[in-house]
Design a protein around this ligand. Sequence first.
Ligand code: NDP
Length: 284
Amino acid sequence: MKLLVFGKTGQVATELQRRLPAGVQAVFLGRDHADLADTASCAAAIADGRTEAVINAAAWTAVDKAESEEALASVVNGDAPTAMADACAKAQIPFLHISTDYVFSGQGDRPFRPEDPVAPLGAYGRSKLKGEEGVRAAGGQHLILRTSWVFSSHGANFVKTMLRLGRERDLLKVVADQHGGPTPASAIADALLLAVQAMKAGAPGGTHHFSGAPDASWADFAREIMTRAGLSCRIEGIPTRDYPTPAQRPLNSRLDCSALEAAFGIPRPDWRSGLDEVLKELAA
Ligand code: NDP
């Protein structure tokens, strides 16, 4: 299978490059070859007559910065995937796109199901929701995979921030009233690669959830990072109101991933083993 992937340097795109199975060849387009702000060039990259499936692993992921630059975030996360999905529908090839828990309001404590009503709290969530709507409206075979709290050994993420701060300080205050599923980028890459092969074989796709288990708070996640990395830094849980940020975050980011497991046989990954892998890679 000839796969085209938007994104080259991001967490998920890097893991996709490392984990391609035999029989799948992929071209990865970085910002230098496909700027998502230029939606026509993204669509043109797909219409080459050779691509058999497309994964979009690129996105505007700066959640706070999106508050002050919503117009650009909306093009990158909304218009670009819409143009990609239109081009894939025309070419009759599957389009796989990654979305986020931030499309939900975060109210309640029940895990959100794919069909639950959306109500993003901020600009990033709105831009990602616009992308979802565009992908569905294109009418082609697609998978929208909503995930959360992504981490890996590369790029900027919570694990790497905690390790840096944990080496410098004895005590860290970390938000304890936001709950979700930390998700290894490697597991997202594996899920996408399994799904794309299933979709080439006729699986319909749709909108699905995929996040690591068990659900945790950021403070729980931080404690596990310190313990598994052998750092003595203590973690004090604080409420979100004591850690103000430009963008409001959902308190409940739990995702019900059972539909994905039923449709594709892909279970929730245990993020604690993913964390061990990442710590091993960072130590090497
Ligand atoms: P990263 O932030 O690691 O990478 C994002 C990638 O997108 C980078 O390679 C970046 O390129 C590229 N990019 C950004 N803007 C443009 C642009 N205008 N043109 C071309 N490329 C661009 O993202 P992740 O791998 O963590 O995220 C993958 C997906 O998962 C995204 O759809 C994201 O919304 C979603 N997601 C992520 C979460 C997280 O915690 N990170 C949580 C929930 C969902 P460059 O290196 O050049 O900037």
